[in-house]
Design a binder for this molecule. Structure first.
Ligand SMILES: *[C@@H]1O[C@H](CO)[C@@H](O)[C@H](O)[C@H]1NC(C)=O
Ligand SMILES: *[C@@H]1O[C@H](CO)[C@@H](O)[C@H](O)[C@H]1NC(C)=O
Ligand SMILES: *[C@@H]1O[C@H](CO)[C@@H](O)[C@H](O)[C@H]1NC(C)=O
Length: 481
């Protein structure tokens, strides 16, 4: 201690700051105890340097984190990382069960959570919280929009670069894709009645297809659409004539992903065909019609791919844009690194298929994977929404054999159709309702919508825990005996 303190007095502060660049939490804490001067330095520089090197991506914390001190942010991250390693969280349904079974999709920005189900978009707004002691940022129900012509929504995504975060691209079952502005609800509307607005479809985007729009994804200004019969369309949202071009994959198609931030911008498609996961390049002027990579499964017989995503920054394998995570019909989650040269041998055709660098499975379930998302504690988790019993499976990529699964609150016999993983929160949706699993500190009764107990919710098997805000859920370890 004495020597460090002495060093602190001798070393100029800029040298100490350079030393802090690579310190762990424990080192920084110990350093901050050495003397008042170093303590101030750690608070001023140490914690923000730590945050820079340990990014925890999150939409719903973005606004709040701007007003939290660096130390409060580190405190929040450390607490939620710890809850992840212990699989401890608060589960909450975000609404009562819908009357009919739907196939919803969720979309998330820093200020709103959207749940598109049937012809309605349900809106939850995210509050900021000026200090962590006021509790975690809240996610509160705001109201709903319904399309006047009652066409079913089959896909939705936020259009980035719209700073109001109220503009989305919406795909419908009649093949239309529209840019839709979601107007703010007027405050004077009654507090008791749910707010509801009818909106019309205008601003059609891009190509008009005849089958349903299975998937929409956005990256920078580019919007990628995929129809169920395999028409893939690329739109430039900054351009006056958005449609760039369209290609035909000629097979039943399910999922798509676009990444414009990679050195070679690309799109990935999940289909049902001998090669169900293919990657096509995006050149400045078009979407290439032939794949530059074919991503294979570990199993001989290829199946369908229902979910595609990328890895978060700070993931243990580096924040590469070349890593693709996919959910397969046979129950596997595959991680491919396009920089790897590990190819299938003895397969004819070019390009030679790439083998996955990691495969995750729940040994107790062969259910198809419907949705995948990455993030969570230490940016190290992969989550998969499965086809039955509203099960979400989690794996820590640093310990791939020690996965665990949880049934969403309510235990619906439903797929988890859509899933978004943040550093401390998981948003998902079943055929009956949206839900959240919150691993962060500061969750109270007020953090999420209050759902008065109704006869319906008893019948629904929703049960509140003793703490008064978490709901009971069934969890199991993949390694159980
Ligand atoms: C921090 O200080 C504690 C108590 O003096 C000590 O046990 C621990 O090893 C130190 N940690 C590091 C990383 O030096
Ligand atoms: C999209 O269109 C805008 C305006 O025409 C153009 O400046 C931009 O380069 C285009 N983006 C891409 C990726 O082609
Ligand atoms: C939820 O469903 C699973 C499988 O159907 C069952 O094992 C579990 O006990 C159920 N949990 C609750 C809380 O009803």
């Amino acid at each position: 201690m004495v020597t460090v303190e002495a060093a602190g007095l001798i070393l100029p502060s800029d040298v100490l700051i350079i030393v802090m660049e690579n310190l762990s939490i424990e080192d920084l804490i110990n350093l901050s105890y050495t003397c008042k001067f170093v303590n101030l330095l750690v608070h001023e520089f140490g914690w923000s340097l730590y945050l820079k090197h340990n990014v925890r991506s999150s939409f719903t914390l973005q606004l709040a984190r701007r007003s939290w001190s660096s130390f409060d942010q580190v405190r929040y991250d450390v607490a939620s990382d710890r809850s992840w390693t212990r699989a401890k969280f608060n589960a909450r349904p975000l609404s009562h069960s819908w009357r009919i079974k739907l196939q919803p999709i969720i979309a998330l920005s820093a200020s709103v959570l959207l749940v598109a189900a049937g012809y309605t978009i349900y809106v939850y707004h995210i509050t900021d919280s000026s200090s962590l002691d006021d509790g975690a940022p809240r996610v509160l129900y705001e109201g709903s929009y319904s399309f006047t012509d009652r066409r079913e929504i089959t896909s939705i995504t936020f259009i980035p670069h719209d700073h109001s975060e109220r503009t989305v691209a919406v795909g419908f079952d009649d093949g239309h894709i529209h840019r839709v502005f979601l107007p703010h609800f007027r405050q004077e509307q009654s507090n008791n009645k749910p707010l509801a607005l009818n909106i019309e479809r205008d601003s059609p985007l891009g190509l008009r297809i005849v089958d349903l729009v299975e998937s929409l994804t956005c990256s920078d200004d580019m919007l990628l659409s995929l129809s169920s019969f395999g028409t893939a369309g690329l739109c430039n949202l900054s351009s006056d004539s958005p449609l760039v071009n369209a290609i035909n994959l000629d097979c039943r198609s399910w999922s798509s992903f676009i990444c414009m931030k990679s050195s070679t911008p690309f799109t990935a498609f999940g289909t049902t065909s001998p090669n169900p996961l293919v990657v096509h390049a995006v050149t400045p002027f078009s979407l290439s019609s032939t794949p530059f990579a074919i991503l294979h499964s570990t199993r001989e017989r290829s199946t369908a791919v229902y979910g595609i995503t990328d890895a978060p920054p700070s993931a243990p394998w580096g924040s590469s844009k070349q890593v693709i995570v996919s959910g397969w019909y046979d129950g596997a989650v595959q991680v491919h690194d396009m920089r790897s040269g590990w190819r299938d041998t003895g397969v004819t055709g070019t390009p030679a298929p790439l083998r996955p660098m990691l495969t995750f499975r729940d040994p107790w379930s062969d259910e198809p994977i419907y949705s995948v998302s990455c993030g969570g504690g230490s940016s190290s988790f992969v989550a998969a929404g499965t086809a039955r019993h509203s099960v979400v499976a989690f794996w820590d990529v640093r310990r791939p054999t020690e996965g665990w699964s949880v049934h969403a609150p309510g235990n619906d016999t439903s797929p988890v159709y859509s899933l978004i993983l943040e550093s401390s929160r998981v948003f998902g949706v079943t055929q009956s309702r949206p839900f959240v699993l919150d691993f962060g500190p500061g969750v109270t009764k007020e953090t999420y919508p209050f759902l008065p107990a109704s006869t319906q919710s008893q019948h629904d098997s929703l049960k509140l825990k003793k703490n008064g805000f978490g709901y009971c859920v069934t969890q199991y370890n993949h390694g159980r005996v």
